[in-house]
Design a protein around this ligand. Structure first.
Ligand code: NIG
Ligand code: FE
Length: 399
């Protein structure tokens, strides 16, 4: 048993069984000042007030010295398994080319795929691991990682094996997504490629948890998405890239197939909000790609006003969001999407854990959940975390 005591502020307390927060509930979280927290077998075993009876039989005890203790960040949408960099395209972008124009010139996802196909599994693993370590150092305790830079059967499976290896190595929880339908691989017609993705599903399902499709203008259609999700039914749960470049119909086709999340949503109308009401699907927004590509920020506030919950994630990838900093994501939720600090906090913890099927184990301070926590220096609270968004604040990430 371990004990953390002298916690200045314990935040993110939720009752057992709350798997996501929606509408007004997204703006609330349980807090306790001057607290202790007990950990047993890696799980939260209890917590209370310092003036109440403090457990005394601890084998390890940690003086929090007045710091804030919060659940670690959950990042439900990343593409951190890749090689090399796309800094050349960064310069093209500065010089005025759009994401679509860069992709049309053979850059973008195809550029990353060319490099990945020529890279050994070992090198792919070690380059990707350095990003996962960087994210864990910044307080991320649960990560979803997608394939999608392979774009051939061998290279897609290579990516999924690397994700599996990361899963076995790191203390963070890792979920894996088969995103074969990220772009049409070289040497295929569009139709041949969609068929290849469908044919690969049984093998991918042995390695992955989820299936994703980039359902957007210039990439895959609603019809392609429907076919792929139909083929994956009963094998892989959908999480969809939708409405980044256009109002694509991706939300509706995702909802139709019971998607766990629909992600991006930079371009949405009220129809998408209506389609999500009463469903199990978590709308997930990726402010890092709005920032990097100069796209509109998602209408998170409108979703919450409509009674829905919203998750925020990093989209860490070489083309549209080269950062996995979830504290910056939270700050952008406040600064650019006008979420309150508590709404943004729930978006990067409990709701993002939900968006990758992990909210029974992660995302809040709840007895029985994994003790995957961030302990801050003294004097921090959620508002200051988002407001003073670049000041170092982490004292320790606890797994
Ligand atoms: O989520 N939009 C599609 N996929 C990634 C970007 C991939 C890339 O450009 O490498 C995204 O933004
Ligand atoms: Fe993405």
């Amino acid at each position: 048993m371990s004990l953390i005591y002298n916690i200045g502020l314990l935040v993110g307390i939720q009752p057992e069984g709350v798997l996501r927060v929606e509408g007004v509930a997204q703006g609330r979280t349980g807090t306790l000042e001057n607290a202790w927290l007990r950990i047993e077998n890696g799980r939260i075993a209890g917590f209370g007030d310092m003036s109440s009876v403090i457990p005394s039989e601890a084998s390890v005890s940690l003086d929090a010295q007045g710091g804030m203790l919060m659940p670690g960040f959950c990042d439900s949408h990343t593409h951190v398994v890749y090689v090399g960099s796309r800094d050349g395209e960064f310069i093209d972008k500065i010089n005025g080319l759009s994401y679509e124009e860069i992709a049309a010139r053979g850059g973008g996802i195809l550029n990353s795929a060319n490099l990945l196909q020529q890279t050994s599994e070992e090198a792919l693993y070690s380059q990707s691991m350095s990003r996962v370590r960087e994210m864990m150092d910044k307080g991320t305790v649960a990560i979803e990682i997608k394939s999608g830079y392979g774009l051939s059967p061998e290279a897609e499976l290579k990516m999924l094996r690397v994700i599996r290896r990361i899963q076995k190595t790191v203390p963070a929880a890792v979920k894996s997504t088969f995103l074969g339908a990220h772009a049409v691989g070289r040497g295929y017609t569009h139709e041949e490629y969609v068929q290849m993705v469908i044919d690969l599903i049984p093998q991918a399902a042995e390695l992955a948890d989820f299936v994703d499709v980039f359902c957007d203008e210039g990439f895959f259609t609603v019809e392609d998405t429907d076919r792929i999700l139909t083929a994956a039914k009963g094998k892989l749960v959908p999480k969809i890239h939708a409405n980044e470049l256009a109002v694509s119909g991706g939300v509706q086709v995702g909802v139709k197939h019971g998607a766990l999340s629909v992600d991006h949503l930079e371009r949405t109308t009220d129809a998408e909000i209506d389609a999500l009401k009463g469903t199990q699907t978590m709308p997930t927004m990726l402010p890092g790609s709005s920032f990097f590509l100069g796209l509109p920020y998602g209408r998170a506030k409108d979703y919450i006003k409509a009674g829905l919950g919203v998750a925020l994630s990093s989209d860490y990838n070489p083309g549209s969001s080269p950062s996995g900093d979830m504290r910056f994501v939270m700050a952008q939720g406040c600064i650019k999407m006008r979420l309150t600090p508590v709404e943004a906090f729930n978006a990067v913890t409990l709701n993002s854990a939900y968006a990758m099927g992990l909210s029974r184990e992660y995302g809040s301070i709840t007895a029985g959940k994994k003790a995957a926590l961030i302990l801050t220096e003294p004097g921090w609270d959620l508002t200051k975390l988002a407001y003073q968004y670049q000041t170092p604040y982490i004292k320790q990430v606890i797994f």
